[in-house]
Ligand binder design. Structure first.
Ligand code: BV8
Length: 249
């Protein structure tokens, strides 16, 4: 059932009020209103000529560590300047309204935690953290290290962002917890994601299979839209605060 953002159907309000367990999957669309470009947006300026699908890979880092590190440094700067928007804040409010709440995010910008969300599973890591590209341990670059990329103080190998690149497996435990959340929930939200990247894109279907009410929030169509019980057409920053207000006052 597709509908404009504003009118929240009574049946959905009832489902939310009766829900014991809500799981939410978010993608870069929820951070768009914070000024963080979505993954498939044309990357602006210097990066317009690079395809993020190309740069977010171990092969790209192997081939040109400097370029990849600079791309993430540019995105990290954007994220540091960004602030959570009403969409992030509405999800933090929703978490306080239900007994069990899991927030599964594909985003690496850390904005959900900054908005006050607590039970957050970062499926694809976090751009603000760096790790040794060989030892795979989290490392803070040394202040005086001007290398691009900087080097691991322990072994001297290049540092890399603590994110999951295409072709890499998700953090241990994160995927299991995410599928458990999809299997246990009464309502599953898919918010601001094109639903093209696996295995995150399978979570909504896992929820649907066990009978959860699936709600999509997105201004555009995605492969999930025609399967979702509710497809709320609109931006997360408008739809989510309205939903929380109508359902919980
Ligand atoms: C894996 C972190 C097992 C990095 C990301 C061949 C070889 C190897 C693997 C594969 C292969 N073929 C397929 C695969 C699997 C691959 C995959 O899915 N590829 C796709 C593209 C076909 N997946 C993987 O590789 C995963 N690992 O499978 O491991 C394995 C291992 C080895 C070999 C085989 C298998 C790892 C995937 C994780 C990649 N890392 N991010 C970084 O950020 O730099 S993915 C990255 O892209 C994001 O995290 C996110 O997941 C994805 C972008 O998607 P979205 O978030 O949805 O963003 P997008 O721009 O697409 O859409 C935005 C949406 O928001 C739109 O719908 C728009 O309408 C909407 N929107 C806009 N504004 C708003 C809005 N919505 C609401 N409000 C608004 N205001």
């Amino acid at each position: 059932m597709e509908m404009p953002a504003t009118d929240v159907p009574e049946s959905l309000v009832t489902a939310l009020r009766n829900a014991r367990n809500i799981a939410v999957l978010t993608g870069s669309g929820i951070s768009a209103e914070s000024g963080v470009p979505t993954f498939r947006d044309a990357q602006t300026g210097l990066w317009a000529r690079y395809d993020p699908m190309e740069l977010a890979t171990p092969e790209a880092f192997e081939r040109d560590p400097r370029l990849v590190w600079e791309w993430y440094a540019w995105r990290r700067e954007l994220v540091e300047k960004a602030a959570p928007n009403p969409g992030h804040e509405a999800l933090a409010e929703l978490e306080s309204r239900v007994p069990d709440f899991e927030l599964l995010t594909q985003n690496v910008d850390g904005l959900h935690r900054r908005a006050g969300s607590r039970n957050v599973i970062e499926l694809h890591g976090n751009i603000m953290r760096s790790k040794c590209s060989v030892e795979d341990v989290l490392v803070e670059p040394r202040e005086d290290d001007t290398g691009v990329p900087p080097s691991c103080p322990g072994c001297g190998a290049f540092l890399r962002p603590d994110v999951v690149w295409f072709g890499e497996i998700l953090p241990a435990g994160a995927l299991e917890k995410a599928f458990d959340a999809a299997r246990d929930c009464d309502v599953f939200f898919s918010i601001g994601t094109s639903g093209l990247v696996q295995p995150a894109a399978s979570l909504a279907f896992e929820a649907m299979r066990q009978g959860a009410v699936v709600v999509e929030v997105n201004p555009d169509d995605t492969p999930l839209t025609r399967h979702a019980e509710y497809a709320l057409r609109g931006s997360a920053g408008e739809v989510l605060p309205a939903l929380v207000r109508v359902a919980y006052g």
